[in-house]
Design a protein around this ligand. Structure first.
Ligand SMILES: Cc1ncc(COP(=O)(O)O)c(C=O)c1O
Length: 486
């Protein structure tokens, strides 16, 4: 995992509680209906207060971490932070304060507190990701929504004749299911020709990925077609691999791809995010996966709308339409905005750890590698990628005797592990066809992998429980064919 020094992420210290008295009310002359301003950082409330990095005087203890996550079902070895993330108790409490503040006097909240609070969160995200301007940062519900925003924009380019029928859109074969479907729903339907990049798995180097990506771009450009959009994951979901997104974006620029959208749903809190360095047109990451926010909140980074940068629009149209995506996204009707408002409280939480968020992700990475190697050794199998190509998640091959032969088998085995062994871990079925498309790597016969995550609340015992459950299944002569078909 790349661990270069990122901007403020690991060091940012903010005062953060949604303490009502500390908030300056700002009424907006230009939009008296809703208290929204022009989004220039002056009219929408006070900017976040920053201070120099201060290492915690006494870092959070194991007992305090356990207390922060005591709302988890402690009977379950939860080694799947990747799917839904996790939120500590102190952040949930801050969220409840915001919710109460709204319900106590909704109009005052709406006119005085909501927009300044959202601006604080955006200011923090701006620093975390090294964006140049706060107006490049929008808060949206989740990565799925961010994808809809970008792909809706691309579909308009097709329907308005800016892009032409048959122009190509390139995405990874292992793009997230909802994003793939969104590409088809918005772009293929508008006339785009979708090309999938077959990713090698197991994978052993970035070069293997870069080679396949170049081939896909060549295919996209065949017969005089243009590649209008590349959708690139920063961290693929399943199988999970860190993609060399900066290199692929650079190649897109060299090859004349019009726009690059990075789906980095798993990125923030998990890998370094520097949007200037990556230089994509659009970059989204959930904050509720690896950044301890409650569901659901993500950011979408896009250059400020200008003659060279397109104006994105939120698909849920409000009276803010046309004021720029950050403001469009900051009011999409009456709803609970509290998950977007607690970002400062998350900073308070992560700063209790040695090294802040950088310290957390570095340790998570080291631990997940250690746990992955322990499991692979115990089961006589292997990892799906080298340690430097994984983040806080890693793929570990399951013993072939378990006979994972379909997506259904993978789901059934996952349910069995949940219900009989109290282990929550996603399972990847690797189709033999995909193995042929990728590389054999001497790993033939293996069609099942677990994706293990490591987050601050995990302990070694969680992984031992998985290890022992699989051992028991193997020793009992179990294979997935024995599971009832539902
Ligand atoms: C790569 C990737 N993209 C998009 C998503 C969708 O995230 P959300 O459900 O929060 O919208 C996920 C969810 O796991 C993902 O892994």
């Amino acid at each position: 995992m790349a661990e270069s020094s990122s901007p403020a992420a690991q060091t940012l210290a903010l005062t953060s509680q949604p303490s009502v008295p500390g908030m300056d009310p700002h009424h907006q002359d230009d939009c008296p209906e809703n208290g929204l301003g022009r989004g220039n950082g002056e009219t929408n409330g006070p900017p976040a207060k920053r201070s120099r990095p201060t290492p915690p005087l006494s870092p959070i203890t194991a007992a305090e971490i356990a207390e922060e996550f005591s709302h988890h079902d402690l009977s379950v070895a939860r080694i799947n932070n990747g799917s839904f993330g996790s939120c500590p108790g102190s952040v949930l409490s801050a969220q409840a304060v915001w919710q109460r503040l709204f319900l106590r006097q909704p109009d005052a909240f709406y006119f005085n507190h909501l927009q300044p609070g959202l601006l604080r969160s955006r200011a923090i995200v701006k620093d975390l990701i090294n964006a140049t301007d706060i107006d490049e940062v929008s808060l949206v519900d989740n990565a799925t929504t961010a994808a809809a925003i970008v792909l809706q924009h691309v579909s308009w380019a097709f329907s308005e004749g800016v892009f032409h029928k048959g122009d190509a859109v390139v995405m990874l074969h292992y793009a997230y299911g909802a994003v793939k479907k969104s590409i088809h729903a918005y772009v293929a339907r508008a006339g785009g020709h979708v090309i999938e990049v077959p990713l090698p798995f197991p994978v052993s180097s970035n070069e293997e990925i870069i080679r396949e990506f170049r081939k896909a771009l060549d295919l996209g450009k065949a017969n005089g077609r243009r590649v209008r959009l590349a959708v690139i994951d920063h961290v693929t979901s399943m199988p999970s691999v860190v993609i060399p997104v900066k290199e692929l974006t650079k190649i897109c620029r060299q090859e004349g791809v019009d726009q690059v959208f990075v789906d980095a749903a798993h990125a923030i809190g998990n890998v370094e995010v520097d949007v200037q360095d990556i230089d994509a047109d659009f970059y989204t990451s959930n904050l509720h996966k690896w950044f301890f926010c409650p569901p659901s909140v993500a950011f979408l980074h896009s250059k400020k709308c200008s003659s060279s940068a397109p104006c994105l629009h939120h698909p849920v149209v409000s009276q803010e339409y046309g004021k720029g995506l950050p403001l469009e996204s900051a009011w999409i009707g009456t709803r609970d905005y509290s998950s977007q408002l607690v970002v400062p409280s998350v900073i308070d939480f992560v700063n209790r750890f040695d090294g802040g968020i950088l310290g957390i992700r570095t340790r998570n990475h080291d631990k997940v590698v250690e746990m992955g190697m322990m499991l692979a050794q115990a089961w006589g199998t292997f990892l799906g990628s080298p340690p430097e190509m994984c983040c806080s998640m890693i793929m570990v091959a399951l013993p072939g005797s378990l006979g994972v032969s379909s997506e259904k088998d993978a789901l059934k085995l996952r349910s069995l592990l949940r219900e009989e062994y109290r282990v929550e871990v996603p399972i990847h079925y690797h189709r033999p066809k995909d193995i042929e498309a990728g590389r054999q790597n001497g790993h033939s016969g293996v069609t099942g992998y677990v994706r293990i995550s490591y987050q601050v609340y995990n302990t070694v015992d969680d992984y031992y429980r998985l290890r022992d459950a699989v051992h028991k299944l193997v020793n009992d002569g179990f294979n997935c064919g024995m599971l009832p078909s539902k």
